[in-house]
Design a protein around this ligand. Structure first.
Ligand SMILES: Cc1cc2nc3c(=O)[nH]c(=O)nc-3n(C[C@H](O)[C@H](O)[C@H](O)COP(=O)(O)OP(=O)(O)OC[C@H]3O[C@@H](n4cnc5c(N)ncnc54)[C@H](O)[C@@H]3O)c2cc1C
Length: 303
């Protein structure tokens, strides 16, 4: 039986696996190859890799891992997580094979859900984004929209003013309080409350948000509120606790402590799947490192 199974080879899983490899632990990394930022042209704000292509970053991470003979990388999906009576963990691979290990790191990333509007999918990760720290720089000083209601929308729009003076909050038909309107006016943010029906522009470029009444707002980029959900039932299968998404904390995250422990002995979680803070490559790498180190320490101690 291996020391650890790592589910996911994004920033978090690769980081956990590298830590386990360097602690000389036998590790199986299972990865379906759908890292969430592959839609973006570059990684924004990751020290040492600023603006690097995500695909190139993951290829480098995988090749670094392959230098350690105790690590095996399997391309495919893990499902049906079970904790056995002896405390070990098992998952089933796509070909029906069952793999077991003494510990497990869940790093499967998250399903980012954004408003379903025509024109959104083809622009996601480019002119439509959820994180100004990641992609705001590339659209600095252009006219931008923020698609979100309530306090989240007001907060997002005021924050985006750091990147451009031409920001409009699109509430998509939802009401704001007088106090929120005042905040926007003081912050120099425009407001349009009409329902949005689609996004328009050539190819993946954004030219305008289109409203139900046929009107348009010219914008080159759109910040959208996203809610993050678990991609699979693995965490639930294995008895980990999850947070519930609410308006401000829009994430169904696996609950972990400061060392990436889930509360189920031997089960760790890292990256977006366990992030209760705004997700990023930097935090995914850090939590993956902690999960890998925690698992290695647990295995060395024999429990
Ligand atoms: C469009 C977009 C752009 C972004 N841009 C930036 C940016 O510029 N800068 C920044 O810091 N952050 C950015 N982020 C956030 C950043 O990408 C994430 O925080 C980071 O990728 C999380 O890493 P992760 O390892 O947790 O998950 P992921 O990178 O999503 O990797 C998880 C991996 O696990 C695999 N997997 C899932 N389930 C299973 C399973 N059951 N079996 C096997 N494998 C499985 C997936 O296929 C995937 O390969 C962006 C996010 C998005 C959505």
């Amino acid at each position: 039986m291996r020391d650890c199974i790592v589910v996911g080879a994004g920033a978090a899983g690769l980081s956990a696996a590298l830590t386990l490899a360097r602690a000389r632990r036998t590790t199986l990394v299972i990865d379906a190859g759908r890292q969430s930022n592959l839609a973006a042209a570059g990684i924004g704000g990751l020290l040492g890799h600023d603006r690097r292509s995500p695909a190139e970053f993951y290829a480098t991470g995988r090749s670094e891992l392959m230098a350690y003979s105790s690590v095996e990388l399997h391309q495919g999906e893990a499902s049906h997580g079970v904790q056995e009576d002896d405390g070990s963990f098992a998952v089933t691979l796509g070909d029906g094979r069952r793999e077991r290990a003494r510990s497990m790191v869940l790093a499967p990333g998250m399903d980012y859900r954004y408003p379903r509007l025509p024109g959104m999918d083809e622009r996601w990760g480019g002119s439509v984004f959820h994180c100004p720290f990641c992609h705001g720089w590339e659209v600095s000083d252009r006219p931008m929209g923020v698609l979100a209601g309530g306090a989240v929308g007001v907060h997002g729009a005021l924050n985006l003013r750091a990147w451009s003076e031409r920001i409009t909050l699109l509430t998509n038909g939802s009401e704001l309080t007088d106090q929120q309107r005042e905040q926007l006016a003081v912050g120099g943010v425009g407001l349009d409350e009409r329902p949005v029906t689609s996004l328009d522009g050539p190819g993946a470029e954004l030219r305008a948000a289109v409203f139900a009444d046929g009107g348009e707002l010219p914008i080159s980029a759109l910040l959208v509120k996203t809610t993050l959900y678990q991609r699979s039932s693995l965490a639930r299968d294995l008895g980990a606790s999850l947070t519930q998404p609410d308006e401000m904390l829009s994430v169904e995250a696996i609950k972990v402590d400061a060392m990436s422990r889930t509360g189920v002995p031997g089960l760790y979680a890292a990256g977006d799947a366990a992030a209760s803070v705004p997700p990023s490559m930097a935090t995914a790498i850090a939590s993956g490192y902690l999960a890998g180190a925690s698992a290695a320490v647990q295995i060395a101690a024999g429990y």
